[in-house]
Structure formats: structure tokens, C-alpha cells
Design a protein around this ligand. Structure first.
Ligand code: DX5
Ligand code: ZN
Length: 234
């Protein structure tokens, strides 16, 4: 089932909800199988690249991304949690990234990364961790295809949703709509059928979900449930 159009209670424009399963919660010995399970229902595949320095965890990088590129047509949404993301953009694009998002805590001024992404022809986005204010991303939104508000502390899947970040999602959505942009507003972390409605009501149109998709017996059905829950909006 592909995206449904959701009439928003807070915003006049109908929002199309996109679900981005995070592969971090999948069984790494069966990545191709995990991806095949979500291929028809997901909109993006969210790939969490961690370096054990910017965040206290290490996941995967270019070799894994280029390997899974061969088994799926899903766009790759690469969430880069490394100290020096700009240095790796070219290799990530060669590996198959369609969108790269970098943390403003790692690169407070991403002007060079934006230029590099433009040169490489890849979608670009900025991410803010829970403690970082919306103001940090404001100067760069116009150059972004996606802006990301983290609703957990970056580094690990399976954490509890931090509702205090929702006002930042509202600020991002208002900014994007006011300026007439098509920029996606993504929320990442702790998304479940309980928190998805809150995220969508605040204005997020891309929901990342790891545990709530790959942690379930039927990941495809889990995506459909999240999409339906987001459409209900509390
Ligand atoms: C955390 C990652 C998230 C994580 C989400 O640093 O950025 O994408 O995989 O996992 P859940 O949905 O389990 O919170
Ligand atoms: Zn992520």
C-alpha cells in the first residue's frame, strides 16, 4: 500500500505521510530479507551510519550500503552520525545514497556540505538532536530537501520518544509551509502507533521507525499500522 493523503487538522495543506523504516532494528544477518519485507510499503529506507565518535555506537558504512543497493529500489535516506560527515558524502553517494542528512552538532555551518551535495546531485538534509534548538537549522532549511528533528538521543534504536521535541517539529513545519517549500519534515526516534499521531499532528510528514517496524513479526503490516495511526492524528 502506498502513501495515503492525510488531511491535517493543524495545517491547510494535506500532508502525505511517508514511512522510513530504520534498518538498524533489522537482523543484520538477513538484511536482504528484511528489506524485501518492507519493499512494497516503505517510502524510504533509513540507514543510520554511526562512527563510535560522534555517537557512542558503531553501525555500518559504505560496504554495507553498496551491497544492499543491489537488492532494493527504495530510496536510501542516509542519516550520518559521524564527526566529519562532509568528507564522506561522495563515497556515500557512490554507495547508493539518495538523501544524506548531517547533524548540526557535528557541522554547525553546513554550507560546504550543501555545496558538495549539490555538486554530487544528492538530496541534502540537516538533523538536530533533542537538545539543539530549531534556530540552529533555520538558516539552512531553504537548501534542504529534508529537515530532521531527533526525538531520541542519537546512537541507539529502541529508546523512548521525547515529546518535548514536538514544538521544534511545529516550528519546522510552519517555516516550510510559510515559505511555500516542499521540504520534508522528518522525525526520528521512538515512533510507534502511539507517538506517530503526535508527530504527524505537529507537522512531521516523514516518520522514521526502527523497532516499530523490524521489531515486529510482520514489518509490512507494521508500516501500514503506522501510516494509519499517523493519519488519525490526535
Ligand atoms: C537513532 C537512529 C534512529 C533509530 C530509530 O540514533 O537515528 O533512526 O534507528 O529507532 P527506533 O525507531 O527504534 O527508535
Ligand atoms: Zn536515524
Amino acid at each position: 500500500m502506498k502513501p495515503v493523503t492525510v488531511p491535517s487538522q493543524q495545517y491547510h495543506c494535506p500532508m502525505e505521510i511517508k514511512i522510513a523504516p530504520s534498518l538498524l532494528a533489522a537482523d543484520f544477518s538477513e538484511l536482504a530479507t528484511a528489506i524485501a519485507e518492507v519493499e512494497d510499503d516503505a517510502d524510504l529506507l533509513h540507514l543510520d551510519v554511526m562512527d563510535g565518535h560522534f555517537v557512542p555506537n558503531i553501525t555500518f558504512g559504505m560496504p554495507v550500503i553498496s551491497s544492499i543497493r543491489r537488492v532494493t529500489a527504495l530510496p536510501f535516506d542516509c542519516h550520518i552520525m559521524t564527526t566529519n560527515p562532509t568528507a564522506y558524502l561522495e563515497e556515500l553517494v557512490e554507495a547508493g545514497a539518495d538523501i544524506v542528512t548531517v547533524h548540526l552538532e557535528a557541522v554547525p555551518d553546513p554550507t560546504a556540505a550543501i555545496s558538495e551535495a549539490e555538486k554530487l546531485g544528492v538530496g541534502f538534509g540537516v538533523v538536530i538532536s533533542p537538545h539543539t534548538p530549531f534556530a540552529a537549522m533555520e538558516p539552512f532549511i531553504e537548501s534542504c530537501r529534508m529537515v530532521v528533528v531527533m526525538s531520541v538521543h542519537p546512537g541507539f534504536g529502541g529508546q523512548a520518544f521525547i515529546p518535548e521535541v514536538l514544538p521544534k517539529v511545529e516550528q519546522a513545519r510552519k517555516w516550510v509551509d510559510f515559505h511555500g517549500l516542499a521540504t520534508d519534515v522528518q522525525i526520528d526516534g521512538g515512533i510507534t502507533t502511539e507517538t506517530a499521531p503526535q508527530a504527524a499532528a505537529a507537522g512531521a510528514n516523514v516518520l522514521v521507525a526502527g523497532s516499530a517496524v523490524f521489531g515486529r513479526d510482520d514489518p509490512a503490516e507494521a508500516i501500514r499500522s503506522l501510516r494509519a495511526a499517523a493519519g488519525e492524528e490526535t
